[in-house]
Each structure stands twice: as C-alpha cells, then as structure tokens.
Design a protein. Structure first.
Length: 71
C-alpha cells in the first residue's frame, strides 16, 4: 500500500469518526443500556458505557467480516 492511499483512508476514517461523534448525543440509547456504569455525585459524574462498547464492537466486527467476505 502506498503512502497516498494510506493517507486517504486515514483521512476518511477521521471524517467518519467525526460524524459519529457529532451524531452520538442524538442517539437516545447510547450509554444507557443495562450494564453501563454511571456514578453521579454532587459536582461529579462518571460514566463507563461497558455494554454500549461491547454492542458497538460486535456490530463493527460483523461489518468488517462482511466486507472481508465480499472481497
């Protein structure tokens, strides 16, 4: 793979991640699934979306495998 192609795909992935981060607050279930850890105290909130991370990982793995099989 040449350097130009690598830069193209890297830039495209940055755009995709940026779009996802822009749209993430509008997804109502993101970070609120059963198993997500949320600790609220006065002046402090800690959120660790464990289940959400697992679901996103499984979906991305399935998409990557589908793309790899179609090649």
């Amino acid at each position: 793979m040449n350097f130009g192609r690598l830069l193209f795909w890297l830039g495209l992935s940055f755009v995709a991640v940026g779009l996802i981060l822009q749209l993430a607050p509008q997804i109502p279930w993101l970070g609120k699934l059963p198993g997500d850890i949320r600790i609220q105290r006065p002046g402090f909130t800690f959120t660790f979306p464990l289940t959400t991370c697992i679901v996103i990982s499984v979906v991305l793995t399935l998409i990557a495998n589908l793309i790899a099989r179609l090649r």
